[in-house]
Design a binder for this molecule. Structure first.
Ligand SMILES: *Cc1c(COP(=O)(O)O)cnc(C)c1O
Length: 223
C-alpha cells in the first residue's frame, strides 16, 4: 500500500507538464509490479545489467530510463529497448550509443547531463563543452541518437537556496541551447531535475521529468 499510495499522491500533485520517473534501482521486481499496478509506466535504473533483467521480467509497455554513469561495454544491455538515457557527458559515449542504436535499427533519445552541483564528485558537461561537441562534425553525422533535453543533479545538502540556484542554472543551460543551437529542434523539450528531497523546488524551476526513488520505494541499502 505504501508504494501505491506514494505513486498516487505524487502523480496527483503534478501538472501535465511534469512526468514522474519512478527510480527502482536496487529494488525487487515485486516492488516495481506494485507501482505498475498503481498506473506507473516510467521507471529509472542506473545499472545496465539490472535494467536488462527487469526489462525481461516485466510488462513491455514500461518505459525504461537510464540515469547513471554508462560504460561503453554495457550499452548493449539496454540499447534494444531503452526509452531515454539521461547521462550523456561526452561525445565518445554518444557515439557508442549511436553505434549500438544503429545495430538495433532504432533511434535512442538522450539528455545532456550538466554539472550543476558544487561538489566535484558529480560528473557532467558545462556549456562550453556541450556546445563544442554539438558543433562537431562527428555529432552531426550521428543519425541514431536524438538529444531531447538536459539533466542535472543538485548538491547533496540541506541548503535549499543552493539547490534552487543549481536548478536555475540547469534551466539556463537548457534555454541557451533551446534558443541557440537547437532553435529549430522542436522536440528539445525536457529538463530532468528533482529527486525525492528536492523535486518540489525542481518543478518550481521548470523541471519536466522528476526522478523519485526513496519517497516511493523506501530507503535503499547503502553499499
Ligand atoms: C538514485 C537516483 C535518483 C533518486 O533518488 P531518491 O533520492 O531516492 O529519490 C534520482 N536521480 C539519480 C541520477 C539517481 O541516481
Amino acid at each position: 500500500m505504501r508504494i501505491e499510495a506514494a505513486i498516487t499522491d505524487i502523480k496527483n500533485s503534478l501538472a501535465d507538464s511534469v512526468q514522474l520517473i519512478a527510480i527502482s534501482k536496487t529494488k525487487p521486481i515485486e516492488d516495481i509490479e506494485i507501482a505498475y499496478n498503481a498506473g506507473q509506466r516510467l521507471f529509472g535504473e542506473n545499472k545496465a545489467q539490472e535494467m536488462r533483467v527487469k526489462h525481461e521480467a516485466l510488462p513491455k509497455d514500461i518505459e525504461w530510463h537510464f540515469i547513471g554513469h554508462l560504460q561503453s561495454n554495457k550499452i548493449k544491455y539496454i540499447a534494444p529497448y531503452v526509452a531515454l538515457i539521461h547521462s550523456i557527458d561526452s561525445l565518445n559515449l554518444l557515439n557508442e550509443i549511436n553505434n549500438a542504436a544503429k545495430k538495433n535499427n532504432r533511434v535512442i533519445n538522450c539528455l545532456l547531463q550538466f554539472h550543476i552541483a558544487k561538489e566535484d564528485t558529480k560528473f557532467g558537461l558545462n556549456q562550453e563543452k556541450a556546445e563544442e561537441f554539438l558543433n562537431s562534425d562527428a555529432y552531426k553525422a550521428m543519425a541514431n541518437v536524438n538529444i531531447v533535453g538536459v539533466m542535472g543533479m543538485a548538491t547533496f545538502t540541506d541548503d535549499l537556496e543552493l539547490i534552487r540556484s543549481e536548478f536555475i542554472c540547469l534551466r539556463q543551460c537548457f534555454e541557451k541551447l533551446k534558443n541557440g543551437l537547437f532553435a529549430a529542434k522542436e522536440d528539445f523539450t525536457e529538463i530532468s531535475m528533482g529527486m525525492s528531497d528536492d523535486y518540489g523546488i525542481a518543478i518550481e524551476e521548470g523541471s519536466t521529468l522528476i526522478r523519485v526513488g526513496s519517497s516511493i520505494f523506501g530507503d535503499r541499502e547503502r553499499k
